[in-house]
Design a protein around this ligand. Structure first.
Ligand code: SAH
Length: 248
């Protein structure tokens, strides 16, 4: 079981697989006022940076579930590197339907809400692992400005305008699911640049090392087009943020 190879190639060097910098992840960790020993579940935990750094900085105990072989391995290595292997556990598995045996104080899904079939399904899934009074974290894109059909077609940001909401609409939607939004930390254009820029460099390095690989043509085409696409579309039209929710 693994994710498509394109992601493993283009994001092999990322510690954070979304448009957050380490600083923003740290701001989020502080914003949540977690007590020592708080259990945190992370579905689609990637290379484990959130759980590992929060275990180091806030003494939380973490469980991450991710479908990528490479990212799960990197997460365990990162835990060793930060000296928190006893406090975090990374499970290589499909997180769809995953409910933790022991309930948690914080249940998160950052940049992988397809795991629950969309935002509302993911909120419902995370709720099943949550202690009463716990916090759900959802990391999700939103439109910074309404895109035209042409932007959708050429930018490849979404299948349709309705895939994402404007920020006020996204915040209001959590209320309709029965949750208060109690905190949020947003990406910005420069943190998007960090996420995208790292991908270009990683793709270039990979191409230099693997010129005859069967995916070399696709990676070359992506490298040639992605900087311009990012500047024209992603950077202007897509925001991203992590929203902390508590049931009303
Ligand atoms: N939350 C992490 C990773 C976000 S990228 C971070 O912010 O760094 C999306 C992640 O979802 C990838 O690590 C990918 O391997 C994982 N993923 C995709 N489908 C999945 C599934 N069905 N179950 C578990 N993980 C999945």
């Amino acid at each position: 079981m693994d994710i498509p190879r394109f992601f493993t190639i283009s994001e092999s060097a990322h510690r954070i697989h979304n448009p957050f910098t380490p600083e923003k992840l740290a701001v989020l960790g502080r914003a949540l006022r977690m007590e020592q020993g708080t259990r945190v579940l992370d579905l689609g935990s990637g290379s484990g940076e959130m759980l590992c750094t929060w275990a180091r900085d806030h003494a939380i105990r973490g469980t991450g579930v991710d479908m990528s072989v490479l990212f799960s391995r990197q997460a365990r290595l990162r835990a060793e590197e930060l000296g928190v292997s006893d406090h975090v556990d990374f499970i290589h598995a499909d997180a769809s339907g995953f409910v933790s045996e022991e309930k948690v104080g914080v249940a998160a899904c950052l940049g992988a809400t397809w795991i629950g079939g969309g935002v509302s399904g993911t909120v419902e899934l995370l709720e099943r692992s949550l202690l009463p009074g716990g916090i759900i974290l959802i990391g999700e894109p939103y439109w910074r400005q309404p895109p035209s059909a042409d932007v959708i077609a050429r930018g490849g940001l979404a299948g349709s305008v309705s895939d994402f909401l404007l920020l006020p609409e996204l915040l209001a939607s959590f209320g309709r699911y029965g949750y208060d939004v109690v905190e949020m930390v947003l990406a910005d254009q420069e943190s998007w640049d960090r996420y995208e820029g790292q991908r270009w460099f990683t793709m270039r390095r990979w191409l230099d090392a693997n010129p005859d690989d069967e995916m070399a043509g696709e990676i070359r085409a992506r490298l040639a087009s992605e900087p311009e696409r990012h500047a024209a579309y992603t950077r202007e039209y897509l925001g991203w943020g992590v929203f902390a929710l508590m049931r009303r």
